[in-house]
Every structure is written in C-alpha cells, then in structure tokens.
Write a protein that binds this ligand. Structure first.
Ligand code: NAP
Length: 245
C-alpha cells in the first residue's frame, strides 16, 4: 500500500467562524488533508469540540476565541498564530451573518454596523494582517466566503447584500494586487446551505440545500488548484431548487 498523501501537511490555516456550520466543515476538510488549523469564533466550547475532533483524527488545531468585529482581537488572532507556528499559509474569512430580514426604513443602525463588520470589515482587516508574511514567502491563499447575496440585492437584506458585494469587490482588488506574488485569492458564492443561518421555513426543502461539506470541498479545490491557476470566483448552486416542490 502506498503511504496516504496529505497534500496540505505543514500548512497553517486560519478559519474564522470555525465553531459551526460552513466554517467547521472547512476546518475538518483542510485538516483531513493535513493542514494545521487555527480555529477562530466566539464560542470557545464549540471551537474546542471541533479541535478535539481534529485531534482524534490525527490532526492539529489551535483554538483562539475571537470576536471578529473587534479589531484588537483580529490582531491577536494573527499574532497568536505567528507565535505558535511562525507563518500563515491560508486564511479563510468565513465568519458572517446578518440580522433577520428587515426593510431599510425599519433597520437598526447597530445591526447594519455589525453586519458590515462581521462580513466585510473583518475580512479586509485580517487579509491586510496576513499579507506581509505571504508576500515575503511568495505563497498563500486568502479565501472569502461570500454569498449569492453578494451578486444580487434583495428586499430585506440590504446590509447583508452591501457587505457581501463589498467582499466581492475587495477580493477582486486583492487578487489584482497580489496574484503576482503567488498568492491565491478567491471568493466563494454559495446558494442556500443547510446551517443555523437559514431559519426554519416550511416552504423550503432543506434536503435540497447545499451542505456545509459542499462549500468546504470548494475551498479545498481552491487551495489545491494548480500553481498556474486561481479560481477567483466560485459560484456554488444547489443542483435542485430547495424552493421547488
Ligand atoms: P452559521 O452556522 O450561523 O455560522 C456562522 C459562523 O460565524 C459561526 O461559527 C459563528 O461563530 C461565526 N461568527 C458569527 N459572528 C461572529 C463574530 N462576531 N466573531 C467571530 N465569529 C463569528 O452560518 P453559516 O451558514 O455556516 O455561514 C458561514 C458563512 O457562509 C457566512 O459568511 C455566511 O454569510 C456565508 N453563507 C451562508 C449561506 C447559507 O445559506 N448558510 C449561504 C451563502 C453564504 P460564533 O457564534 O461562535 O462566534
């Protein structure tokens, strides 16, 4: 039997929003390929459970409780990662969400600010913080979990759409600036994924939604893409429409 190949062995990956849903699945997928994970989110207990699962499967993970809406905690996340491992190969900006659907006229400014911070601002700040090391090493990957809401604005989702449109623009600019340094930059645009973010709704067939593992596979595909190529924008739709009976 040939030895099992771990293509990401020795590579250090920070995943935000790794405590549940899509971020958890991304962490497990990258760990399965040998990456060392740095797990960030607010729920420390949930992060520890993800880390335990990774350790039980022979992998390595560091838990760094982080609220990505707080700039100092973003800096601390990068500092702690560098102190432990010396470098960062991958950053997956996945933490995100939004308030319940609300018309603009009734929206609370605090909800707008939180939505822009968690989805867009944190993505921008963390990307900026990891770039110097990636440029120095002439390698790396920054993958931003966007949304179809980043391509089309819908009523009731103004702040979320604004944030995700922003993520798309930021990612395109980032790619343009750093691709010559060998750094992969990508936005992933998933359709409906069966996670806690999507509230129960009798009209939707959750069995037809994407699963977090589908998005994780797309992230894995980006980091495994050839050195000559970069999947800069990846749209991921459910094969069958969850709203069609
Ligand atoms: P989820 O199950 O609600 O998970 C959201 C994750 O973000 C959790 O790990 C949460 O961890 C973390 N998070 C939220 N606020 C945070 C904060 N202030 N600081 C740090 N972490 C924070 O949702 P999901 O569906 O997996 O969403 C993940 C990403 O996919 C989001 O960017 C979302 O916009 C995007 N997306 C989702 C869908 C979908 O249909 N589900 C579709 C397209 C795009 P803590 O609560 O522990 O902090």
């Amino acid at each position: 039997m040939p030895p099992v190949l771990l293509p990401l062995l020795g590579q250090i990956a920070i995943i935000t929003g790794a405590s549940r849903g899509i971020g958890r699945a991304i962490a497990l997928r990258l760990a399965h390929s040998g990456a060392t994970l740095v797990l960030a989110a607010r729920d420390e207990q949930a992060l520890r459970e993800v880390a335990q699962l990774i350790h039980a499967n022979g992998g390595t993970a560091l838990v760094v409780p982080t609220d990505v809406t707080v700039d100092e905690q973003l800096a601390a996340l990068v500092d702690q990662t560098l102190a432990h491992y010396g470098h960062i190969d991958m950053l997956v900006n996945n933490a995100g969400g939004g308030p319940p659907r609300t018309p603009i006229i009734k929206a609370r400014l605090a909800d707008w600010e939180w939505t822009l911070r968690v989805n867009l601002w944190a993505t921008m700040v963390l990307s900026k913080l990891v770039l110097p090391g990636m440029i120095e090493r002439q390698r790396g990957a920054i993958i931003n979990i966007c949304s179809l809401a980043g391509l089309t604005g819908k009523a009731g989702e103004a702040a979320y759409a604004a944030a995700k449109f922003g993520v798309r623009g930021f990612t395109q600019s980032l790619f343009d600036e750093v691709h010559e340094h060998g750094i992969k930059v990508s936005s992933i645009f998933p359709g409906y994924v069966d996670t806690a973010l999507i509230p129960p709704n009798r009209r939707v067939d959750r069995g037809k939604m994407l699963r977090p593992e589908d998005v994780a596979e797309a992230v894995h595909g980006v980091v495994m893409s050839s050195a000559r190529s970069c999947p800069v924008e990846v749209m991921l739709q459910p094969q069958r429409d969850p709203f069609k009976t």
